[in-house]
Design a protein. Structure first.
Ligand code: 5GP
Ligand code: ZN
Length: 114
C-alpha cells in the first residue's frame, strides 16, 4: 500500500530495528517504546487492522501470534509476563493503519488500560 509506514518497513525502504523476519512476518522495536521490551509484529501483507482479517488469514494471524510468543522467550520476558495488544480504530488509539501486534514487557503493567 502506498504511504503505509509499516509496508515500507516490511519492504526495507524505511529503517527499523528489525529483530525477526520470515516470508510472512516482520518484527521490529517500537520507535517510541512504552516498556523495556516493546516490539511490533506485523504481517508483510497490508491489512488495515484486526477488523479486516478474513478466515483465509487465520494462519497468518496465528503466525503473528506465535512469533510474538517466541520473541517473548528470546527477550526473556516469558516467565515474568508480557502483554499482547492490537489497537483497532480511533477509540483504541490506532495510529498506523497496518495490522500490528504490540509485545510489551519488562515491567509491571496496570489494568484496565487508559
Ligand atoms: P498503534 O497506536 O497504531 O497501535 O501503534 C503504532 C505504533 O507504531 C506506535 O507505538 C508507534 O510508536 C510505532 N511507530 C510508528 N511509526 C513507526 C516507525 O516508523 N518505526 C517504528 N519502529 N515504530 C513506529
Ligand atoms: Zn501497510
Amino acid at each position: 500500500m502506498n504511504d503505509c509506514p509499516f509496508c515500507a518497513i516490511a519492504a526495507g525502504t524505511i529503517a527499523a530495528d528489525r529483530i525477526y523476519e520470515d516470508e510472512e512476518v516482520v518484527a521490529f522495536r517500537d520507535i517510541n517504546p512504552q516498556a523495556p521490551t516493546h516490539i511490533l509484529v506485523i504481517p508483510r501483507e497490508h491489512i488495515a487492522s484486526a477488523a479486516e482479517l478474513t478466515r483465509a488469514q487465520d494462519p497468518l494471524w496465528g503466525r503473528v501470534l506465535h512469533v510474538a510468543q517466541q520473541l517473548a522467550v528470546s527477550e526473556d520476558i516469558d516467565a515474568s509476563g508480557f502483554r499482547l495488544v492490537t489497537n483497532v480504530g480511533a477509540d483504541a488509539g490506532q495510529t498506523v493503519p497496518h495490522l500490528h501486534l504490540h509485545l510489551l514487557g519488562g515491567r509491571a503493567m496496570s489494568w484496565p488500560p487508559g
